[in-house]
Write a protein that binds this ligand. Sequence first.
Ligand SMILES: [Mg+2]
Length: 223
Amino acid sequence: MAIYFIDFDHTLFDTDKFFWVDLRNKILENGINISCWDKSYKKVRRDGYTLEKHINEIGKTCNKNIEIGKLKDIIGNEFSDLKKYLFNDSVSFLKKLKHGGDKIYLLSFGNSDWQNYKVEGSGISNLFDDVFYQEKENAKIDKILEFKNEAEKIVVVDNSTQQLDEIKNKLPSATTYLINRVPKNLMDSKTEQDILRFKSARKYALQIPKYSHHKVSNLEEIV
Ligand SMILES: [Mg+2]
């Protein structure tokens, strides 16, 4: 039996489209200016981002006339179903793995509440044997090592070079797939629209790996 550890943001889920395009636009449409969005975002992300903290922070520091309860309702209604942000191949990939009889774990980095909000909104948690959130940076390997003796093969799929390097460093036998969902022709685009559209994914894609990983641009290249 193999165990697959699958990352969430930028691997299964188009986090940049959700967060930096649609969510940000919705907040700006409701009377919040860009500098307020940015300032409050930077403040809350320092100790574990959640949308709730972000909106509370917007209420505290930005525009005294904003009704925060109303803004929360608007955002809650608009962004409860997040299925449309899954990449086209995500569900079919997970189903294929499940049919193959291997174990599939979601292994995601970030604040647990925030990660859970996105994962539950996507409706995919039932496709995993278990779901793990790792809040410490580059520490996915700690969770993976707990399963080291249970599997014939450990496979990891992630868009973070640093996470995969840490894994290869401590568990050289792991099979690692580095996924980059950013279309090649948009990797260097300087338009404001493209910068936001791939804001985080492009930064990850520019990291230089220390170890060798299988490079893929979609999940169908894996199984
Ligand atoms: Mg990721």
